[in-house]
Design a protein around this ligand. Structure first.
Ligand code: SF4
Length: 574
């Protein structure tokens, strides 16, 4: 079956289908590759991100619906209301694979509806329905009502009230395999774009059969099965402890952002660590080693219960813990988990929110460590009050209102949980990614390399880090376009594997250079859109305090010449 793109005019409620035949420019563009191409081709770069000219594209990857491990992610793309540039945020959960089974590669939401609507996808059709009864609902209540109405096994993308109120830090939720709205395309305020279209939710009824075609299934399995087995064996520890396991290590390395990036180590890191979380999960009979999407074999996710055994949150991740724990000096893991739940419910990015609160505390609007006040603010976001608007529109919005001197962002997006003065390759990714400060664009975490045997220098020295970030960003763009979770590894050897599975699935004859060029062309497209939107290479830079103020305790600053960031993407032309 040929995959299709469904263009949904939400105003007229009309649907047009576009087949992705072998001669289509989208044939080898999935997920991020497809969302970025549609934004580049069809969204006027200077348009209002919340206006009718912007488009919201929801796409699965080239390997979606196949048994390739961890290939069930969705990319969401649009012009971002937060960065004003191109944005792709990807998310796990059920729905990506369900779209693929329906023969759908992407949904393109066009224009604006003046009333709140829901998009329903079933075996035969796509339709829109008025849904004002769901207006103002948090994601948890919404998902529960949708499951009651349409069945337990549906896939859902949705927004919380933050998206309806067009808050620039609003996220799009996807339901996980346990049924919770815990997976979020968080970054860049894409929930506000969905809200601006008037769409509260997209509901996918399970397909009666899969329409995914793998041309050479034998070859495909020969390549993907041993890889899946290798992931299971090598990621055992990661599977048990998940990303929160990084909290203590990052603090020891001096790179855990603490107290609005004033420190890189937190003396109470143990209280919010992966080890602490693990103890709680075991004691309260929560769940570890949970897959967030159907083909995941790594299973790094979790379900967290409160002390009374009730569900508190799911998919509780390192980035949420840094942003709302060490960054705010909140040392109670239950409080941080509750913040995660409230963010998921209101539909707000946990990273952007935590970084925003860090600036609020740094400017004495809220006391350090005051979790109760943070809960209150999240309730205000859910209500859409004036106070909620102040905190729900991203760190730059609040920082500018407060005339704050230290606003940790790049291109308008809050910096995530890796102190850039310490982790040099991550700093390059934050500075140069077309997506703003986004670790997922090229996550140079401690110990990660891109090419085996290549010398990228020590973690905290500049040597080799421009190269490392560049290679990781290209490889990650390719994984994003496959719909793969980057925890499978953005490495050269995995690019060789991807080349093989693409050839088997799509009956093409690519070599690794062809695949690398797909990634490079996607990045070029994103950079070209940004240039036209006014997000230039001059903006590849940190706020000055990262160069002027030494990190604590390692006394490091950003030392790359500004020109290195500005000229970074010239590598794409070499
Ligand atoms: S490894 Fe973790 S984030 Fe990646 S798909 Fe699996 S559960 Fe989701």
């Amino acid at each position: 079956m040929i995959m299709r793109i469904a263009r949904i005019n939400v105003e007229k409620e009309s649907i047009e289908y576009e087949e992705i035949a072998k001669d289509s420019k989208f044939y080898l563009l999935g997920a991020r590759g497809l969302t970025s191409q549609v934004v580049y081709d069809e969204v006027p770069p200077q348009c209002d991100p919340l206006g009718e000219e912007n488009k919201l594209i929801i796409a699965n990857g080239l390997l979606a619906g196949s048994p390739f491990p961890n290939s069930g992610r969705t990319s969401v793309g649009a012009k971002s209301p937060l960065t004003k540039g191109i944005k792709e945020a990807n998310v796990g959960g059920r729905p990506a694979m369900m779209l693929a089974f329906h023969g759908l590669r992407a949904l393109v939401l066009e224009r604006k509806s003046s009333t709140l609507k829901l998009i329903l996808i079933d075996n035969n059709s796509i339709s829109l329905k008025d849904c004002k009864q769901y207006g103002g609902l948090g994601n948890y209540e919404l998902h529960s009502k949708l499951r009651k109405e349409y069945g337990e096994n549906i896939g859902i993308y949705s927004i919380g009230p933050a998206g309806e109120y067009l808050m620039k830090a609003a996220s799009i939720a996807a339901n996980d395999l346990e049924g919770y709205p815990s997976r979020h395309a968080g970054r860049g305020g894409l929930g506000a774009v969905m809200g601006s279209k008037g769409i509260k939710a997209i509901v996918i009824i399970p397909s009666s059969s899969s329409k995914v075609l793998i041309n050479d299934i034998k070859k495909f399995r020969e390549l993907s099965k041993p890889f899946a087995q290798k992931l299971v064996e090598t990621k055992k520890n990661f599977s048990i402890y998940g990303t929160p396991n990084m909290v203590r290590g990052m603090s020891v390395l001096g790179g855990l952002p603490t107290k609005n990036f004033r420190m890189g180590s937190y003396d109470k890191a143990i209280e919010i660590s992966g080890e602490k979380l693990h103890e709680l999960v075991i004691a309260r009979k929560g769940k570890k080693q949970v897959s967030c999407s159907p083909s995941c074999v790594i299973k790094c996710s979790n379900i967290i219960l409160d002390k009374d055994g009730n569900h508190l949150t799911s998919s509780f991740e390192y980035e949420t813990i840094f942003a709302n724990g060490s960054n705010l000096l909140i040392d109670n893991i239950d409080h941080v988990a509750k913040i995660d739940h409230l963010c998921d419910d209101a539909g707000i990015d946990t990273i952007e929110f935590g970084v925003t609160m860090g600036v609020a505390m740094d400017n004495e609007k809220v006391s350090w460590g005051d979790a109760e006040k943070v809960f209150d603010i999240l309730r205000e976001i859910k209500k859409g009050s004036e106070l909620g608007q102040l905190y729900g529109n991203g760190v730059c919005h609040l920082g500018e209102k407060l005339k704050a001197k230290r606003i940790p962002h790049v291109k308008g997006q809050g910096i995530s949980g890796y102190e850039p003065r310490v982790f040099k390759a991550m700093s390059v990714t934050f500075a140069t990614s077309p997506m703003g400060a986004d670790h997922t664009s090229g996550a140079a975490i401690a110990g990660r390399t891109a090419n085996k045997g290549k010398d990228y220098g020590e973690l905290t020295e500049d040597k080799g880090k421009l190269e490392l970030s560049y290679e990781l960003q290209v490889y990650t763009t390719i994984l994003d376009s496959m719909g793969c979770c980057y925890f499978i590894g953005p490495s050269y050897e995995n690019m060789e594997l991807i080349t093989g599975v693409l050839n088997a699935m799509y009956n093409v004859n690519l070599n690794i250079e062809d695949v690398l060029n797909i990634g490079k062309e996607i990045l070029k497209t994103e950079i070209k859109f940004n240039e036209k939107a006014g997000i230039t290479q001059q903006m590849n830079e940190f706020p000055s305090f990262f160069r002027d103020e030494q990190s604590n305790p390692l006394d490091l600053t950003i030392t790359f010449p500004k020109e290195d960031f500005k000229n970074f993407w010239r590598r794409l032309e070499e």
